[in-house]
Ligand binder design. Structure first.
Ligand code: NI
Length: 256
């Protein structure tokens, strides 16, 4: 039913009960989980986890926050690891100027190189964008001639104009816990304005926990609250939102 398009199942927050967390999600109707890597080490780890569970697929790559501790040679390994059949995307990649602006140039290099790698491997990308809307869109615009490039802007925090430009460039967007926050005044109008066919749902667990569990560790089974919020705002049933967003994710990612 639900496709959690973005979670970090290999995060240490799940070390005590990882298998139980996945089982709870399955029991709650989560039929696919995409777990994201942030560096070479976690790329190996997400592949190992995806080998263990049928419902788990993975994305591998170097996250902007990991750029400082990575080398471009790591991408040779990522390219090799990406041949694994449970690797459904390259990610997460992107730019994060909130966390660290001093590595901006290196982040840009890793971002572009990984976009090229994804195009070469014909895999979609999962993009992290924090305080970097202009640079992200500009880069995707410049690289639009790579026809194989497609992907998702995860935990989307832009406005309607940005979403529409992303759609034009062949990308979809994904929403998580923050749309359930009562103080998120922007989300309802944005969700109403955008077509469900271009939207994925995610938890980003263990982070970005939705209302009413805000402050606690997030888990993939909470993806239901994200779907519920979209259903409420767009006046649809939760089943409709689950079915469409799952279909969108299956269309994008290399998942069997
Ligand atoms: Ni993430």
């Amino acid at each position: 039913m639900f496709f959690d398009s973005h979670c970090h199942l290999t995060a240490e927050q799940f070390d005590v009960d990882r298998d139980a967390v996945i089982q709870r999600a399955v029991d709650a109707g989560v039929t696919r989980l995409l777990t994201l890597a942030t560096d070479v080490e976690s790329s190996r780890a997400v592949i190992a986890l995806a080998e263990k569970f049928d419902v788990v697929f993975c994305a591998i790559g170097i996250h902007p926050e990991s750029v400082r501790d990575s080398s471009l040679d790591d991408l040779i390994l990522i390219r090799e690891l990406a041949k694994h059949p449970k690797v459904a995307a390259i990610g997460e990649i992107g730019l994060d100027f909130y966390w660290d602006k001093t590595t901006a140039d290196a982040q840009q290099t890793f971002f572009e190189t990984q976009l090229e790698l994804a195009a070469e491997l014909n895999l979609p990308v999962v993009i992290h964008d924090r305080d970097a809307h202009e640079k992200i869109l500009g880069t995707l615009r410049e690289m639009r001639e790579l026809k194989e490039l497609r992907g998702v802007l995860h935990a989307f925090s832009g406005d309607e104009a940005m979403a529409r430009e992303a759609f034009d460039l062949g990308y979809v967007i994904s929403f998580g816990g923050p749309i359930t926050f009562k103080n998120n005044k922007r989300a309802p109008d944005l969700l109403r304005a955008l077509p469900l066919e271009k939207i994925l749902i995610e938890t980003d667990s263990p982070y970005l926990t939705p209302h009413p569990f805000r402050g606690k560790r997030n888990e993939p089974l909470h993806v239901r609250y994200v779907a519920e919020r979209i259903a409420e705002v767009k006046n649809l049933s939760i089943e409709q939102v689950a079915a469409q967003t799952t279909s969108n994710a299956k269309k994008l990612f290399r998942v069997m």
